[in-house]
Design a protein around this ligand. Structure first.
Ligand code: NAD
Length: 458
């Protein structure tokens, strides 16, 4: 490490530690403007878990800022470590053992991109080792792991960000502005779906022909999960098993909830219920492929109470038209791939009369009398609905949510700031409700959640 760089990191660590103590007293404060990293310094990062998303995150981190330098990778399958060297050069340090990465003093940042059941363990170890952490969604595997991760983060004084990158897209930022401007009136309903109908989409990823207990570290993969004999399907298609993954809720609902929390500034729901089934992919998996969840959001100082309905159907052989809509009393925001459409409309003051209405069943005399009163009460100008206004917002060309998300993270690492667009408090407030969706489905019960204190309620 260069002397300036070492000094910078020492300063940041000391200042962060001090401010972290403050942040325990004032838990959700954003800490800014600590010593800045010298412009010539690199932020050296390592990726732990070099599977599909590990590669994608690594690429996004590299393109997010020229200051980010990829130096090391850990993975349990040798083929993926070979692939790292093929793609990034033979000088990248690779290991099966992530602890070797945490021991290295020249690494500032780790990206944790393992299956969900390893997130909390590696996050806590990394923060303890003084690393800044970018952890993939969902932040934790089980609800009861969340607060201890938050605690470890606060104690560490390090930057930690969770990886639901869509919220760093231009449409999500625009939607947040629209909500704040009151463009859709009072929010009352959110609907989102994420259907698929293909084998890879249903998580049946390719399994390499050389997969064996020799080419990968099966015991470490299992981690805190029950010990079972080697099974390549479990290793490469871990999402299909509750022991390692979090089902469709943890994989997909979490993006939808994160987006809605970002746009509405909501802290989360208070009642969560799910219904679903394993309908089509009966390939040994123990998670549903059809799931509908209903989440009740309570009224807060920031928003009215509203209901959220989330759906995934991995067996949708019908027309798939996935959508996310935030609906209010004066309009809706609807997201599509790289854009959003805001539709605004307002009901007229006058309720209307005639047509499919009881008016026509009144006696002639009563109709006359009713009309006289109606005309007096509702003059012409109260009878027209405000015309529907449609505002389309297209993301600027080249808008790169994934790189933006990393850019925000690295900015805060440089500043030594605990605050960022998806810190662990935000991350857990999105993760816990989706994990509750699973608890509701498997336990056939309603889960009550306290979104302020982030605890389950009786
Ligand atoms: N943000 C997103 O849009 C997004 C998209 C896909 C996946 N993800 C998340 O990324 C994570 C990884 O998903 P994936 O699809 O890349 O899975 P994957 O199976 O393709 O890769 C996971 C890798 O982690 C490695 N691994 C497992 N335990 C490890 C350990 N203890 N130490 C080091 N390496 C270990 C495995 O060897 C494997 O190569 C998941 O948490 C998932 O939810 C996020």
């Amino acid at each position: 490490m260069q002397p300036t760089r070492r000094k910078f990191l020492q300063n940041v660590t000391a200042a962060s530690a001090l401010l972290a103590t403050e942040s325990i007293a004032k838990p959700f404060n954003i800490i800014r403007d600590l010593k800045k990293i010298s412009p010539n310094d690199k932020i050296r990062f390592a990726t732990i878990g070099m599977g599909i998303q590990g590669h994608s995150d690594t690429r996004a981190a590299i393109r997010s800022t020229p200051e980010a330098e990829f130096v090391a990778a850990a993975d349990l399958y040798d083929g993926r470590l070979t692939r790292v060297k093929e793609q990034y050069g033979k000088d990248i340090f690779t290991t099966r053992d992530f602890r070797q990465i945490l021991e290295r003093k020249d690494i500032d940042v780790v990206l944790i991109v393992t299956p969900d059941h390893w997130h909390d363990h590696i996050t806590k170890a990394a923060l303890k080792a003084g690393k800044n952490v970018y952890c993939e969604k969902p932040m934790v595997h089980h609800i009861d792991e969340g607060l201890s991760v938050i605690d470890a983060w606060k104690k560490s004084g390090k930057t930690m960000q969770v990886g639901s990158q869509s919220i760093s897209s231009a449409p999500y930022r625009e939607a947040k502005k629209m909500m704040q401007a009151g463009d859709i009136g009072e929010i009352n309903f959110v609907e989102s779906s994420y259907d698929r109908f293909d084998s890879i989409g249903a998580w049946n990823y390719s399994i390499p022909t050389d997969a064996s207990p020799q080419t990968l570290d099966w015991d470490t993969f299992l981690g805190d999960a029950p010990k079972v004999p080697f099974d390549a399907k479990r290793f490469f298609r871990w999402r299909n098993y509750r022991d390692y993954g979090t089902g469709v809720a943890g994989d997909l609902f979490v993006h939808l909830i994160t987006g809605v929390h970002f746009v509405t500034s909501s802290l989360g729901p208070e009642r969560i219920m799910s219904s679903g089934e394993l309908s089509y992919w009966k390939d040994g998996r123990d998670v549903p492929d059809v799931l509908v969840s209903i989440l009740d959001y309570p009224k807060t100082d920031i928003h009215t109470n509203f209901q959220m309905v989330l759906r995934v159907n991995f067996a949708n052989a019908g027309a798939i038209s996935n959508t996310t809509r935030i609906v209010g009393t004066e309009g809706q925001i609807q997201f599509t791939a790289n854009s959003l459409v805001l539709n605004k409309k307002k009901l007229p003051k006058a309720p209307g009369m005639g047509g499919y209405d009881s008016f026509n069943t009144f006696s002639e005399a009563q109709q006359k009398e009713f009309k006289t009163q109606y005309d007096a009460q509702y003059p012409e100008d109260t009878r027209k609905a405000e015309p529907i206004k449609e505002v389309k917002f297209e993301a600027p060309k080249g808008d790169d949510a994934h790189a933006n998300h990393f850019a925000d993270f690295f900015e805060n690492v440089k500043k030594g700031s605990l605050g960022n667009v998806e810190d662990p408090v935000f991350g857990f407030r999105a993760a816990a409700p989706v994990l509750a969706c699973n608890e509701s489905y498997f336990g056939k019960k309603i889960v009550n959640w306290d979104p302020v204190n982030m605890k389950k309620k009786k």
